[in-house]
Write a protein that binds this ligand. Sequence first.
Ligand code: TXA
Ligand code: MG
Length: 321
Amino acid sequence: MAEIGKDISRAKKTLEAGGLVAVPTETVYGLAGNGLDPGAVASIFEAKNRPSFDPLIIHVSSYLEIEKYVTVIPAQLGQLAERFWPGPLTLLLPRKSSIPDIVTSGLDRVAIRVPDHPLTLKLLAEVDFPLAAPSANPFGYISPTSPAHVEAQLGERVSYILDGGKCKVGLESTIVGMEGEAVVIYRLGGLEISEIEDLVGPVVVKSHSSSNPQAPGLLESHYAPTKPFFIGDLDELISKYLGQGVDFAVLSLDKSFSVLPFRNQIALSKSGDLKEAATHLFAAMRTLDESNAEVILAEWMPEAGLGLAINDRLRRAAAIG
Ligand code: TXA
Ligand code: MG
């Protein structure tokens, strides 16, 4: 059992001693350790069962901090940082040797961001190192958006969970870097493509590539529940599974189905609001995964705004390449 609380000095002491603390961010909870200590970083990989080829994001307290860890900041990425940090944006930037190899899995670029959560920003300001932190879930499973989610799965492996309540964005950060002159999005996330393009012009989106050497962690099967997960037209899927007598649960954007018991269905936003839907997505996937249903049925979101990032997570949950 991990302890859950708001004690920043306890979190600080644990981190300074090379231990791990689960920390809140606006996107998802992170499993944090001293990002300059290869031993602490190794224990993050171990606790998550994460393969060593899948690099970690470094979290810092402000934009000014990143010059300790990166060699150059291309103008467009600097603009994005100034506009959207603290916030759900991760930049891939050429790293200095101050960042241990184990953090980047030996890659030349380090992923770095300023998270938008008051507790974690306070913690970051108090420690004299950046925090390496992947999402605080076992590798491949759904990311946690509350302290209870972390406790349920990593409670045995982390002694302290800093309680920052529910994550207000609910999807991981959008990962952005440069290739030549092009701004490239490697993972769709809580910052919308249109917000990025409004500032720096058209971008290239590479997040669907299943064999993307720039972001080895973006595997096809990820963010995945343990139950079979199918996506499509819900009316069709429901009549198919009703006919088979299989117990199933349904995840929709905004619908309710009178043919199904209440407990077997979740609408992510009754008003169809995609930001609200994003906030609830991972908690809903967990609830349905823990229900009695044998199968989870879901529908695609509109391909706009955060709908793109939600669909990306649904696609990976269903392991559709
Ligand atoms: O919102 C978030 O980004 C959360 C919170 C805790 O900050 N963190 C998060 O970390 O989602 P994680 O480790 O679950 O996902 C990080 C992704 C992985 O797909 C990884 O492969 C990619 O970022 N990544 C990290 N460092 C990279 C690097 N140097 N080059 C390419 N991809 C990198
Ligand atoms: Mg993750």
